[in-house]
Design a protein around this ligand. Structure first.
Ligand code: SF4
Length: 139
């Protein structure tokens, strides 16, 4: 079993965790001893919230709802390439801004992202004229 020291992604406290990995799977987590932030302590999320990592239901590829090959709210989710997913999202956002206003788009980010990721994310919306940016610290 290998041990990897990392930072808990659940909230901004930044507790350090030792993840124990066997056969490429996380089998347990323990608090990093003598770390200046959490010194041997973890809350329940940090200690036990790792099963999702290996869940077969976890989304790992982009999906678009399609009917007869094109987007449809009534369609079925189809796996697409990242290029197609990003082009689709960009074109829909541009259309909403052009047909309505920048105030009709909003971005909802994650407290699990790095500060740098969240900075770039809010820029994406502000350069389009929208200040509608938020995140969920409990994602
Ligand atoms: S262990 Fe709990 S308090 Fe520490 S970073 Fe993770 S979620 Fe936050």
């Amino acid at each position: 079993m290998e041990k990897f020291q990392t930072v808990c992604p659940y909230c901004g406290t930044g507790c350090n965790i030792d993840l124990f990995v066997e056969n490429n799977k996380i089998v347990k987590a323990e608090p990093t001893e003598k770390h200046p932030i959490n010194d041997g302590e973890l809350c329940l999320k940090g200690m036990y919230g790792w099963e999702y990592v290996h869940s077969p239901r976890r989304l790992t590829k982009p999906l678009i709802r399609k009917k007869e090959g094109v987007f449809s709210k009534d369609g079925k989710l189809e796996e697409v390439s990242w290029d197609e997913a990003l082009d689709f999202a960009a074109s829909r956002m541009k259309r909403v801004v052009a047909e309505h206003s920048p105030n009709h788009i909003m971005g909802f980010s994650s407290a699990r992202c790095l500060n740098e990721d969240n900075y770039i994310f809010q820029k994406l919306f502000r350069v389009q004229g929208s200040n509608n940016v938020d995140h969920c610290a409990r994602l």
